[in-house]
Design a protein around this ligand. Structure first.
Ligand SMILES: [Zn+2]
Length: 291
């Protein structure tokens, strides 16, 4: 009798207190889900904050992380080309994929079919919307909906956390916009085409990219073109994700005197970057200080 009671109690507690098992493809999504799910989610991420999410090695350890997941959150728009293979390998047929790009107003959607030589790593539009805080608000709504539909009993808890986070984000957006006023309309070159949503939100004037096409490494002829552009327009700043090879930007800098700014675009992508707020503070403070 005692044994049966214990079993019933264990079963009951696992029903009442079961947490949602979440995997996120990136650390930014991890940070957002964690802030809404808090103690009610068991959460891990796949791609580290200092890794390029376009190219993640398919490892058995990632499949293991996915094995028991209820939900996997992704950026979508073809960013995580490696995810289907990982989900297949995990043999988890119950996993639900939440594509956070669903409600995003996509920018740079190609009008013609791309192929590898032309740069095909942004096949459905630019996937780097998470660098624009107002797009992050759309992601947060999607995350809230997904957590509530997975565990409706905790709707109030998730909603309360969501509201608290959005309130803080809103005040940070005002702060970032004020700071970025000094950079408004100023010409800038980026390494990879990941800054269109950011630049649209903060009125930066993107003049070019060090990569000839997204995912295509810099070539001598394209470098020469960038050097001419930097000289002609008096561009002061090249901004790049800290996981890219900086040899081409450094070459351009040697000839033109342009400053190369390396920024983290993931949580824990650099020492001291422990949240989305830290990351955006770093990006905004360093762009405004150098542009
Ligand atoms: Zn990209």
């Amino acid at each position: 009798m005692k044994k049966i009671l214990t079993i019933i109690l264990v079963l009951l507690s696992s029903l009442t207190f079961a947490k949602i098992n979440v995997v996120t493809t990136t650390t930014i999504i991890y940070d957002l889900v964690k802030n809404i799910g808090k103690d009610e989610v068991n959460i891990v991420y796949l791609c580290r904050g200092n890794q390029d999410p376009h190219f993640l090695e398919v490892l058995p350890s990632y499949m293991l992380k996915l094995r028991k997941a209820d939900l996997v959150f992704k950026v979508g728009l073809g960013l995580e080309k490696w995810l289907p293979q990982l989900i297949d390998g995990s043999r988890n047929t119950d996993i639900k994929e939440i594509d956070l790009s669903k409600e995003i107003q996509k920018l740079e959607v190609p009008t013609k079919r791309l192929n590898a030589s032309y740069g095909d790593i942004h096949p459905y539009g630019n996937p780097h919307y998470y660098l624009a805080p107002n797009q992050v608000k759309i992601m947060l709504t999607e995350i809230l909906d997904a957590l509530i539909s997975e565990d409706p009993d905790k709707a109030d808890y998730f909603t309360k956390n969501y509201e608290k986070y959005v309130k803080k984000l809103d005040s940070k957006i005002i702060d970032w916009k004020n700071k970025m006023k000094t950079a408004e309309s100023k010409p800038v070159v980026f390494f990879h085409a990941s800054w269109i949503y950011f630049s649209t939100e903060f009125n930066l004037n993107i003049k070019g990219y060090v990569e000839p096409k997204p995912g295509i490494p810099p070539s001598p002829s394209h470098n020469a073109k960038t050097i001419r552009l930097v000289k002609k327009l008096g561009i002061k700043l090249i901004v790049m994700e800290n996981y890219y090879d900086d040899s081409a930007p450094n070459q351009i800098a040697e000839i033109t005197g342009v400053k190369v700014l390396k920024v983290p675009v993931g949580i824990w992508g650099m020492e001291g970057i422990n949240s989305y707020f830290d990351m955006m503070d770093y990006i905004v403070n360093n762009i405004t200080a150098n542009i």
